[in-house]
Design a binder for this molecule. Structure first.
Ligand SMILES: Cc1ncc(COP(=O)(O)O)c(C=O)c1O
Length: 399
């Protein structure tokens, strides 16, 4: 018998904190671990562009490496990137942020979200957010010692969060409202008037609003409203955004937060002790994306729009009701006609027809009866997936 290099001593103690034990692993990852061991699967699962980052953006990063840019940047991020972002926020949303102290470059929106919550929450503070919502919203709130307060949203209301429903949940402990539009997993968007009602609540109850607009550029036939641009909301908003979705840059891990100075200072304190800075290569690429990437973004948005139409029409044609998503790259059809739970549906669909979708419950209890289908896949994959799903729904339709 070969000797083992390390001998493991048995320990009975569970070293993981109660807080970490209390949060479930991401329901998206669980599915994709299963998928990785299968062949011939069409994935409508992971929320990621199927495009590669445009060449000139990759080239800018390569050039920066050739020139020897391999070191840490300022904790806040490269000044040039912050300046470009300040210009971008001014020209797109008429928002004025000082690049020296009101913008922080983060490791994706993911880090921005974590920093924002950790910077503002006292233990037990409540954060109001929609259900279903992006998997990280409740988990990061719990990890920051806050309490997520979920507001049910429904297909009848196009999965928009209602100001009245938020108001009913406001207590002495409410610190912030956390919303992201266009939304993951539903593709829902919020019209300006309805965001203005939420702004009014924030003003009346002295709340902050964390606004995640990572899908800002991916809207179809509507105008995106940036929450911070609503009257009086610049001061109350922590704006989060990044390069992952619009520029097909998920792997570069570059995001940013924009907010008033003391909030950015608080977030930077945590960032400097945990992350130091985002990668210099990614930041160099992001500068190029902001300066020269618009035409590619527009071309990708047009392509997503075509796929969105085919996806929604196809889902309806096979008997699944589906509200029309006007943003992001997700459709969120109801699978209630099959009588299956979302998990059952997703698991059986994967096993029987080799199509991967995410059960709606991965995003909250209100996702029960729905699945998330990401249409950032090629048109031929979408068409084939719809064919397989049609066969599956026919077979399992509750009669
Ligand atoms: C709503 C939402 N916010 C944030 C993120 C994370 O983005 P990033 O890649 O910038 O960390 C995602 C990724 O799917 C998302 O859907």
């Amino acid at each position: 018998m070969p000797k083992s290099c390390s001998s493991h001593i048995k320990v009975s103690h569970n070293y993981i904190s109660e807080k970490v034990n209390s949060i479930p692993p991401s329901g998206i990852r669980k599915f994709f671990d299963l998928l990785s061991s299968m062949e011939g699967v069409i994935s409508l699962g992971v929320g990621e562009p199927d495009f590669v980052t445009p060449w000139h953006i990759r080239e800018a990063a390569i050039h920066s490496l050739e020139k020897g840019y391999t070191m840490y940047t300022s904790n806040h991020g490269l000044p040039q990137l912050r300046q470009e972002l300040a210009k971008h926020l001014e020209s797109r949303h008429c928002l004025s942020y000082n690049p020296d102290n009101e913008i922080l470059i983060t490791v994706g929106v993911s880090e921005g979200l974590d920093l924002a919550l950790r910077a503002i929450l006292e233990p037990g503070d409540e954060v109001i957010m929609p259900d279903p919502s992006y998997v990280a919203y409740p988990a990061c709130t719990t990890l920051a010692d806050g309490t997520p307060i979920l507001v049910p949203t429904t297909e009848d209301n196009d999965f928009k969060i209602k100001a009245d429903d938020i108001e009913q949940r406001i207590t002495q402990k409410t610190k912030a409202i956390l919303i992201g539009y266009p939304a993951n997993p539903t593709g829902a968007t919020m019209p300006k008037e309805e965001l203005a009602q939420i702004a009014e609540l924030a003003r009346q109850h002295d709340l902050l609003v964390i606004f995640d607009q990572v899908y800002e550029r991916l809207v179809y036939g509507i105008e995106h409203t940036c929450f911070a641009s609503l009257p009086g909301m610049w001061e109350r908003t922590i704006l989060l955004n990044g390069f992952s979705k619009a520029y097909a840059m998920t792997g570069w891990r570059i995001g940013y937060a924009a907010a008033r100075r003391e909030i950015i200072e608080g977030m930077t304190k945590i960032h400097q002790y945990t992350m130091l800075c985002a990668s210099i290569m990614g930041q160099m690429a992001a500068i190029e994306a902001l300066k020269e990437g618009d035409s590619e973004v527009e071309a990708m948005v047009q392509e997503y729009d075509q796929r969105r139409k085919v996806m929604v029409k196809g889902l309806r044609a096979i008997g699944l009701s589906c509200f029309e998503p006007k943003g992001a790259f997700y459709a969120f059809p109801s699978i209630k006609v099959t009588g299956m739970t979302s998990e059952e549906f997703a698991e059986k669909l994967l096993m029987e027809e080799k199509v991967a979708v995410v059960p709606g419950t991965a995003f909250g209890q209100c996702g029960e009866g729905y699945i998330r289908c990401c249409y950032a896949a090629s048109m031929s994959e979408i068409e084939e997936a719809l064919k397989r799903m049609g066969r599956f729904v026919d077979k399992h339709h509750r009669r």
